[in-house]
Ligand binder design. Sequence first.
Ligand SMILES: NC(=O)c1ccc[n+]([C@@H]2O[C@H](COP(=O)([O-])OP(=O)(O)OC[C@H]3O[C@@H](n4cnc5c(N)ncnc54)[C@H](OP(=O)(O)O)[C@@H]3O)[C@@H](O)[C@H]2O)c1
Length: 290
Amino acid sequence: MNAERGTETILITGASDGLGRAAALLLAERGYRVFAAGRSAEKRAQLDTLAKEKRLPLETLEMDVSDDRSVERAVAVVHQKTGQIDVLINNAGLAYFATVEDMNMEDWRRQFETNFFGVVRVTRAALGKMRERRSGRIIMISSVSGLVTPPAQGAYSVSKHAMEGLSNALRHELYPFRVKTILIEPGYIVTNIQQTAVELAQPYQEKIQKGAYAKVYRGCWAGANRSRAKSKTTPEDCARVILRAIEAPKPKARYAVTPLTTAIQWAKRLLPDSALDALIRRRYGVKREE
Ligand SMILES: NC(=O)c1ccc[n+]([C@@H]2O[C@H](COP(=O)([O-])OP(=O)(O)OC[C@H]3O[C@@H](n4cnc5c(N)ncnc54)[C@H](OP(=O)(O)O)[C@@H]3O)[C@@H](O)[C@H]2O)c1
């Protein structure tokens, strides 16, 4: 796919902030017609203003991926304005921080409603026209947590593993129709996702401080902070990998973003589960109690 060839249309979910916003700006600078979807009216207005100042072919859209009608409406607007979506980027996501036992069922469902069912919902809405035209790319913003699972991030990690499975299914089902599904797997990149995770963890504060898993939470929090502090990868770096996946004549099934993901991809190939588990437990300070 190449923007110079015409006005290819890209729809990005969760593009009002973080990785999605950086990708929206880079792709519009590259000449694609970008529809940047998000919930926050304020953040969308800021992005619209920036796009206008820079004269970019970018407009924002209201879309809550957890709401059927909101998704149908937003996809219909893009189809109406352009006739097609050439590239769909499933990026909207958030992360809950709680152990499997502590996290309540409502939050499990919320985690999945955005990170997994949201992806299924938007993909299904956009897919039919891509299939009919025998062309299109679906970019899935997964995570290193779609490959391995840190403690206290089970729900988030499971949602990304589900996205990886969904992408595997789509790669096969859409093969006859030349529609390609590509996974992008970032490690730690500083964005608002961390602050949102802190807010979503508020109801679990007592358990985090004094519950049975207090030591696990402390280790996990410290490990995540260390990894974040070490990470030099920016949202713009991730955007460049997304661009590569969009423009590669023969894209790979998955692209690592950050050295951590590359290391984990290799570790998964080379190490037995027991060694990988030991590595993860050391990284997050998980020790057996006396
Ligand atoms: N940053 C990292 O370290 C990292 C690592 C691996 C993977 N990822 C993945 O990258 C993606 C983007 O994360 P980020 O780091 O850029 O986080 P972010 O800065 O918090 O941005 C998240 C975006 O998702 C949107 N969003 C959340 N819930 C939504 C919903 N129900 N409907 C529509 N939009 C929704 C937000 O839009 P509104 O605020 O407008 O609702 C926001 O634009 C996520 O899928 C995340 O799992 C991030």
